[in-house]
Design a protein around this ligand. Structure first.
Ligand code: CP
Ligand code: NVA
Length: 333
């Protein structure tokens, strides 16, 4: 819900600032003088074991998860499909029953979305989606925190979502799991979303996601909801945008379609010249969940002054830490 998103973001900002203050306390830099006294991260996972079950590759989500669990005093168990019997020699039902009988929480990166739903259904402990083919919810929490912190977009570290109302986010790319979570999160927070995907059936909207978005919009709010526009023209999408976002054109699981996809996305690479031609705001920011390929965005934008991709990547840690703190730390049998 909107209040849950707001509360997790608030906790993320808090944990980030506690950690920064602790770093300063132990650093020899002149800024150490600003440290305001003895705060360390809460040990809310002390004595808790968290299974990090990943059947796909990961840099950010894995590092954010394992380090957050350890920083909150818990013990992470990284289990790849090469390590455990994940749906290969054993059903997901059996895996869920067994792992949840020994651990206090599960962070799971899977193939089809039904896999994480099945794990959650049969688990006796909380299960967090660390990416499925349909959704990547923890990514969007990091994106929101990054938008809030950006001096141009949000300009606040107090994590008040009010500052994001009415901004326009342009998605120029694939109809994939990252876009799906923007669709279910942004409009109900009052953020407008303008989407450009290539033509063709596989780039159309996912009807299940669309329904989830509509259901979310039924939640009552005191402000106007964001509008969603969907077309095939990157220039129209980026017009007057405050933020331009893209992602890989070939998500994990789509590798066999790579050649066709590179053709389908012709004209979709984000460049300065595209942004200027489209009439994106002069101050427009660029975001990308990473990992990035130069196909979808050139170096000038990716490493340029608009880009907030590395802030976004770091915020995976603080938002995932807040989720663990709230969902596993405060959770009891
Ligand atoms: N953004 C993201 O989820 O990155 P990883 O796949 O490296 O975890
Ligand atoms: N859409 C990408 C996101 C990676 C974080 C994928 O699913 O591979």
């Amino acid at each position: 819900s909107v209040p849950q998103i707001a509360s997790i973001l608030e906790r993320s900002a808090e944990l980030k600032s506690i950690s920064r203050a602790s770093d300063l306390a132990f650093s020899s830099s002149p800024a150490a003088g600003k440290y305001q006294g003895g705060r360390i991260l809460p040990q809310s996972l002390q004595g808790k074991n968290v299974a990090v079950i990943f059947s796909k590759r990961s840099t950010r989500t894995r590092v954010a998860s394992e380090t957050s669990i350890a920083s909150l005093g818990g013990h992470p168990l990284f289990l790849s499909s090469a390590d455990i019997q994940l749906g290969v020699n054993e059903s997901l039902f059996d895996t869920s029953k067994v792992v949840s009988s020994m651990c206090d929480g599960i962070m799971a990166r899977v193939g089809g979305h039904e896999e994480v739903e099945l794990l959650a259904k049969h688990s006796r402990v909380p299960v967090i989606n660390a990416l499925s083919a349909r959704y990547h919810p923890t990514q969007i929490l990091a994106d929101l925190l990054t938008m809030l912190e950006d001096p141009v977009i949000g300009g606040t570290s107090s994590a008040s979502l009010d500052t994001l109302r009415g901004i326009k986010v342009a998605w120029i790319g694939d109809s994939n799991n990252i876009l799906a979570d923007m669709l279910v999160a942004f409009p109900r927070l009052g953020i407008h979303l303008s989407v450009a995907t290539p033509q063709g059936d596989q780039y159309k909207r996912d009807e299940i996601v669309w329904q989830d978005m509509q259901d979310g919009l039924k939640e009552e709010t005191s402000y106007e909801k964001g509008k969603v526009e969907w077309g095939n023209d990157p220039l129209a999408a980026a017009n007057n945008a405050d933020i331009v976002v893209t992602d890989t054109w070939v998500s994990m699981g789509d590798e066999s379609q790579k050649t066709q996809r590179l053709k389908d996305f012709s004209g979709f690479q984000i460049t300065e010249s595209l942004l200027q031609k489209a009439g994106a705001k002069k101050s427009a920011r660029f975001m990308h969940c990473l990992p990035r390929k130069p196909d979808e965005v050139d170096d000038e934008v990716f490493y340029g002054p608009r880009s907030i991709v590395f802030e976004e990547a770091e915020n995976r840690k603080w938002t995932i830490m807040a989720l663990f703190d709230r969902m596993i730390g405060e959770w009891k049998y």
